[in-house]
Design a binder for this molecule. Sequence first.
Ligand SMILES: Cc1cc2nc3c(=O)[nH]c(=O)nc-3n(C[C@H](O)[C@H](O)[C@H](O)COP(=O)(O)O)c2cc1C
Length: 173
Amino acid sequence: MNTFDAIKQRHSTRAFSSKQISEQDLEDILVAGGQAAIGCADFDSLKLYAVQSPELLAEIDAASANGNPTSHPLYNAPTLVVVAAKKGFLENIELSNAGCIIQNMMVLAADRGIDSVYLWMAMMGINGNAEVQKKLGFPEGYTCVGSCALGYADKAFPKLKGEGQRLDVKVIR
Ligand SMILES: Cc1cc2nc3c(=O)[nH]c(=O)nc-3n(C[C@H](O)[C@H](O)[C@H](O)COP(=O)(O)O)c2cc1C
C-alpha cells in the first residue's frame, strides 16, 4: 500500500475481535511510533508501553469508564499502546508529540490491515488511577499523554470514514 492509501485507509474502530496482532507487526508499529517527529528531539521525555495483558487491559478499561460498568472505552482491543511523558521543554509539547507518535503507529497499522483507534479516554483513566500507573511501570514524573488501541475489527463494525477532504482548507498563493 502506498503512504497516501494507508493514510486514507486508517479509520477509528470501536469494536475489536479477540484476534491479536503479530509480534512482528507490534514491533514495527512501535518503531513507527519512535520514528515520529518529536519536539526539540526530546526523545528521553517519552516512553511507549504496549499492553497485551488481558488483566491490565481490563483494569485500564474499567478505570477509563467513568464508573459506568456497561461502558468499554477500550472496545475490547487486544493491544493498547500507551504513550507516557514527563514535562517537555515547552508547554504541552508532550501532547503534540503523542499525536505524532500515535498517528505514525495508526498509519503503519492501516498499511498492515490492522485496525486502530486513538483513545483519549484511556489516557484519562490511566492518569486517574495510581495503581494502573504502577502496573504500567511509569517512572516518577511521567503521565500518560495519549494511547491507541490496535487489533482487528469485529466483523459487525462498520467503517464510518468517508473519502476525501474533511476539513475546511484554503490555499493562499
Ligand atoms: C486526540 C484524539 C483523541 C481521541 N479520543 C478518542 C476516544 O477516547 N475514544 C474514541 O472512541 N475515539 C477517540 N478518538 C477518535 C476520533 O473520535 C476519530 O478520529 C474521529 O471521530 C474521526 O474518525 P476517523 O478516525 O474514523 O477518521 C480520538 C481522536 C483523537 C485525534
